[in-house]
Design a protein around this ligand. Sequence first.
Ligand code: 26Q
Length: 810
Amino acid sequence: MADMAEKNRVRKNFEETLRSHFGRTLNDASKKQLYKACAMTLRDEIMGQWVESEKETKEDHRKQLYYLSIEFLTGRALRNNLINTLKEKVYAETFGEMGIDINELIELEPDAGLGNGGLGRLAACFLDSLATMGLPGHGFGLRYQYGMFKQKIVDGYQLEMPDLWLEDGNVWEIQHPEEQKEVRFGGHIIQSIEKGKTVYKHKDYITVLAVPYDTPIIGYQSERVNTLRLWSAKSAKNLDMKLFGRGDYLKASAEKELAEVISKVLYPDDNHYEGKALRLKQHYFFVSASIQCIVANFKSQYSNFRLFPEKVAIHINDTHPALAIPELMRILLDEEGLDWDTAWNITVKTFAYTNHTIMSEALERWPENLFKEQLPRIHMIVHEINERYCRSLWEYFPGQWDKIAQMAIVAYGEVRMAPLCIVGSHSVNGVAPLHTSILKNEVFKDYNKLEPLKFVNITNGVTQRRWLLLSNPGLSELLNQTIGDSWIVQPWRLKDLEPYAQDASFRDAFAKVKKGNKKRLAEYIKENNQIDLDLDSIFDVHVKRLHEYKRQLLNVLHIMHLYTELLYNPNADIHPRTFIFGGKASPGYHRAKLIIKLINTVAERIKKDKKISEILKVVYIEDYRVTLAEKIIPAADVSEQISTAGKEASGTGNMKFMLNGALTIGTMDGANIEIFKAVGADNMYIFGLTADEVNSMHRYGTYDPQTLYRENHRIKLVLDQLVNGFLNPEDTGMFMDLYRSLLYGENGNMADPYMVLADMKSYSQTQEKIGKDFQNKDLWFEKTIINTANAGYFSSDRSIREYNSGIWKL
Ligand code: 26Q
């Protein structure tokens, strides 16, 4: 039982909030009002600490970190904040005594889906770790009015709906109009000499106001409350009713719309670049406002800019915030009057950059025309950075124009963001060792030769607070009883669990928790997909963004293979499986959307077969997002991490599954390799080509999927099913694109670039082994426990510690 006095206090505050903000009492408030008043009550409890934290950083003159990211995929906040403030129990009891189920209120909060996937969720995990570890680190980003689209599955196809997450207001944010910034677009620059100095005047620009909204980031049992500051675009022009009669009103209102569209919607592209003007504006908008704010903060305390890198660290999450580099230069040069060398020195010492992808189609570059037109002063500065850099390259590579053009920041009519980040930062890091070594030896090879010490690895991590404590209360409780609760802030302590892998009664307890989580998920699926699941079947889960390199296609082709086996041999010894998929495809990514349709078509086809559907079930969970991940991951037996080796920079879903005791089937890719090192070959299912093998087959053109097709009758059978009416007798051409992409390629592209067919056989054999191993419950749960016990390394607390000691030095 929680403390009476505290419960009384919560109740009093809550009822007071209901009354003063909504004019309601317990009896006549709506559920939504109850949720909001509950969240506001909690929020008001931490306001004092929030103010204190700000004050403390100032008074102690501590160095601060600003984490710039175009995405923060935070999900829901209420339960997280209850847990982190240690108030979950008090609130649950207080509300229970008022006849309110707090879990019902928690479910009313919409996800803050301000991100696509891994990169955005990583930013959210990092904020949690920073606050928990008492480090002054704040997030800066964009306050999208519409977050990641809502996905509906209709007739097996993905449909996209807008995500109106702010429709009912957002109780966690506080608007600060008094701290708004002006961001300038377009116009031109007039250069003149004043008192012997060149000055740059920006003319005829359009101003867009950036209004900040602050959300508290509450660490676990931590005094510190950090800030996530998101900028919203507002027109600088007020609509003037006097214009109305003169027909100028429409023009003025169109201009207003044009300004405010900047923070309207999150681009739903994951690992894919498209050179859209609005996207460039989004980047500059949030970066300019953030840098102005950072400089203003600094100036409120210090007067000497040479101190800047000692007091400020700015981290850029991928290249999207790269313009922060020339923006800081602009302010130091044009507004603070520093000379170039001093300004550049300060800038490089301040910035650090993380790369999240080696996929060439995701490397950001902008047409120089567009760049110059939208950001004329920034263009000049980037040009100057480029010129000086190319001159320095000449020292190393005299006469090698090709090499210099290859490495340049501006070349062939494009501005390249990765080189800008590398040159403008003192640290560049990859997110898993394989990824970092590919950066150093391939993608950024030439830069690495010049400055090898600049390139470092910091393996990603996930917060065990959200991804175990919050999402898996059953397992958390079991851990607490067994090894104590120190793992919540000292993740390496999970290792104390390892001996219990040999303890039969502990294995039973673990198995019981897993069963409970499977039941919880099965209930959700029953309600949403009208499918009954077998809790003794293997829950084999593939949830992540849809992408060819992530190879959902490999998974579904294997399911087709199993189904075919069972058709020929209904008594085949196959342990019952539930294949669970979830994930969104970028709306314009037709092949990815077709893969969703294929998964659903296979699901339907199997469903029609009463006998076989007792053994195989395929479920597509619509609208995969943080809140669903919290339900799905704890229920998984098998975690699918099957990207083409060398393509997945790290992966973080892999870590969340491991933490929750799922066994991984995976390629030697990204952080899977570290997971493999942590748990060993007995506790993980590795298959497929290695990155080196993939590379050399690509390089020497030795990969020939058609030979595999001809010579392996299983592969042939399954591929033919894509086009011979087996799946859909009415429309045999429906999956032709997938068939052709695997066997022929198109537009001069190679066939099967992601080596799906090459890995089919070893994938299938490995899956067979999993099916067998699962039947030995003792063995299976031994492996499971060893996975959880070794997941501590993959905590974002460890990542943040490494960033801090190696890069930020807060
Ligand atoms: C860039 C410019 C223009 C349009 C879109 C983009 C864009 C948007 C999102 C480029 C990339 C992304 C997202 C990348 C991403 O999520 N990468 C993932 O980052 C994770 C965290 O490091 C890794 O674990 C994953 O392996 C990596 O795929």
